[in-house]
Design a protein around this ligand. Sequence first.
Ligand code: ATP
Ligand code: MG
Length: 549
Amino acid sequence: MNTAPTAISDDDGPKTGHDFIREIVRRDLGEGRVKSVVTRFPPEPNGYLHIGHAKSICLNFGIAGEFGGRCHLRFDDTNPSKEEQEYIDAIKADVRWLGFDWGEHLYYASDYFEQIYEWAEQLINTGNAYVDDLSADEMREYRGTLTEPGRESPFRNRSVEQNLDLFRSMRAGEFPDGHCVLRAKVDMASGNINLRDPTLYRIQHAAHPRTGTAWCIYPTYDFAHGQSDAIEGITHSICTLEFEDHRPLYDWFIENLPVPSRPHQYEFARLNLTDVVLSKRKLIELVTGGTVTGWDDPRMPTISGLRRRGIPATAIRAFCEAIGVSKANSIVEMSYFDHFVREHLNAHAQRRMAVLKPLKLVIENYPEGTSEELDAVNNPADPDTGTRKVPFGRELYVEQEDFMEVPVKGFFRLSPGKEVRLRYAYFVTCTSVVKDAQGNVIELRCTYDPQTRGGDSLDGRKVKATLHWASAAHAHRAEVRLYDYAGIEAEPEIVTDALIEPALSQTPVGECVQFERLGYFCRDNDTNGAGSLVFNRTIGLRDTAKTKA
Ligand code: ATP
Ligand code: MG
């Protein structure tokens, strides 16, 4: 069902292109406060991107594009214990696949380590930072709570010389991990916990994907982020709401350091989707715990998982545009996302025929040992895609579900005595069935009307059902993985002996097609043990629940 998102508020004005952030940008440009807008997407390379990140990517790159500015891709790589080159590469590939281009503006917070270090010394020199020997537990205890002020560390009033000396020793590798940290000297009684002498540097004897072992102290995200923005001349530093309370700290840094520009931070509500895990920490657990096969498992809400599942980038972008940007947290219905996926696939996916649960059908009056090729439409929504040939013969397969020996009321598909249309082919009538020893129907015997070639009767005779089919002599075998949004932990239902029309063997990996009457399916890069082609179900047809009889 296509339901509108439940709680997108209109407080911030109409959605597409007119959200409160774009209003700010428009105003800043109009009033000449900024000459050219510069935004950035700042992922931490500690996991793969997910659909929530797509919202931020579309917003940052979108604004830069719409207002003639530029958007940087900057890796916030300040925590080497969790960051890997694999993630950097995957993030770049995903942003590109989504359709965005950072041009030459690829940056890393680690590019600025030396500058950020100098600024830390400067804070020490101006009495605004100190080295603290409290343990992590003690620091937590001294920090206070939301209702009680914190207490000052006994190390807070070390001299500038002592602090400089200790900080240089930290950098020189003279202390083990966790031995001490550099903290800003702000206000332990502040109502904002972020201002209670936050940590600026910690010791981490860990190799960094880019700087190797050059450093054993690393700036915190909070200390690196705003200064990186300032170095790059970011005009609109857009982030999610949880950083609203960090803004006073970022502003404090900017005021106390000779940074080359002054970024302004604006916060928006992150994307939440019903029943979808969008926490990197939990997604990592699914990968490392083996619940999924990898970051690109088609069940994952990661960009790479969605891509492998067959979700088009244009659908993700259209969705992100439609949900808009606001300051009110909300949860968007997954069905709203599905709507954009179907809309795009319906317009662009080629139609093909595949039989997932085959039942043999023999046309008794079709000449033995012969076959023919029939024309099939590639996409009725896009005549430019033309037609293809589909082989037809005496022995075919149809879907088990399309036959009922004793039809229930309202079942108009095949049953003994019933005539139906085989798509793009002929009208056939079921004359009898063949059963196995257990009484299961294993074969349908039929006759066809040669006058109905192409699927139309000359005498105006009507049938109530049109079935998809595959020619026994020509079909290829395929494995089809039926994914569902019903819980990421659920194993997909796997059909190993689907029969697909020959053209499907030419479908490129990553391309999504419509299996007529069944849904949208994407060719996977896997082949199963038997060498079969593998297709993943992207999404069902809109009306799967009430498929035409
Ligand atoms: P972590 O908790 O590991 O920091 P993160 O999801 O915030 O996870 P980042 O790599 O820091 O990961 O995210 C990059 C950018 O994407 C940030 O600016 C962040 O605000 C934004 N972002 C992350 N999740 C969402 C979301 N669900 N909706 C919108 N933007 C998001
Ligand atoms: Mg983050």
